[in-house]
Design a protein around this ligand. Structure first.
Ligand SMILES: [Zn+2]
Ligand SMILES: [Zn+2]
Length: 269
């Protein structure tokens, strides 16, 4: 399995999952030209996507959908709430996702998992190709129970580390926006991300991607430090990497990641 992040954060999100000839894109919130170029570079030319899955209707996750689906003709998966919020005009290409109900797309079994966020019916995803598993959770205000199980079983965990509480409090945002971000239906802070990982991780996980970092209320090095501190001194365990907001895509290759010498330190599942 190969996972590619083309961008992560409020300026746009899109994540490509490739396994055994199946290509699935999670969210399409970047400029369509950039997205098409990124997909082509990853070996997915126009028409090559098997499906597009949407986590929720916020602009940074769906802005390219109307243009992208002119170049890719596969189905678009979203929850009923997301579809309603997007006012989908032509439902013929759309398939309904339901939380906790796995769906099969080519070689992949994909389970949407409900997350608390201020959108109509937002979900994260647990993706399994039969040997490799990935958990993808961005845009959530607090950890939901099923999410912990997904994190515990995933080789790659993509988890939101949106803000540093002190930077948010000191920052320029108006009080109502600060409250919204901090709330149980807003975004996860670096500390909440670290705490959740500490409570849920097992020795299965080899890599952690910190996702959806705020430009104003976070710094990549600070997010990495905070989460690594939660994971324990010396961080004998999974490798922690903050995802770039834009720029060069980040790529995870399962075969290479699993071959890397493992350090011990985390409990067995
Ligand atoms: Zn978002
Ligand atoms: Zn959102």
């Amino acid at each position: 399995m190969r996972v590619t992040s083309f961008g992560s954060g409020s300026s746009g999100n899109a994540l490509l999952i490739q396994s055994g000839g199946t290509n699935v894109l999670i969210d399409a919130g970047l400029a369509v030209r950039r997205l098409r170029a990124g997909l082509a570079a990853a070996g997915v030319p126009d028409g090559g996507l098997d499906a597009l899955l949407l986590s929720h209707e916020h602009h940074d996750h769906v802005s390219a959908v109307p243009s992208l689906i002119r170049y890719h003709h596969g189905p678009i998966f979203a929850t009923r709430g997301t579809m309603r919020a997007l006012e989908v005009a032509r439902p013929d290409r759309w398939e309904t996702l339901a939380a906790e109900r796995p769906c099969r797309i080519g070689t992949l079994e994909i389970t949407p998992i409900a997350v608390p966020h201020d959108a109509a019916e937002p979900v994260g995803f647990f993706i399994d190709d039969g040997s490799i598993r990935v958990a993808i959770f961005t845009d959530l205000g607090s950890p939901a129970a099923l999410l912990r199980d997904a994190v515990a079983r995933a080789h790659l965990v993509v988890l939101e580390a949106n803000y540093d509480l002190e930077l948010l409090e000191r920052g320029p945002y108006p009080a109502y926006l600060k409250r919204r971000i901090r709330s149980g239906h807003g975004h996860l802070s670096n500390d909440e991300c670290g705490e959740l990982l500490t409570q849920s991780l097992t020795s299965v996980t080899v890599d952690i991607w910190l996702a959806h970092l705020s430009e104003n209320n976070n710094r990549p090095a600070l997010a990495e430090q905070t989460v690594t501190r939660w994971l324990g001194a010396g961080s004998n365990g999974p490798r922690v990497r903050p995802l770039p907001r834009h720029g060069r895509p980040a790529v995870w290759d399962a075969a290479a990641a699993l071959q890397r010498p493992r350090q011990l330190g985390l409990p067995l599942p």
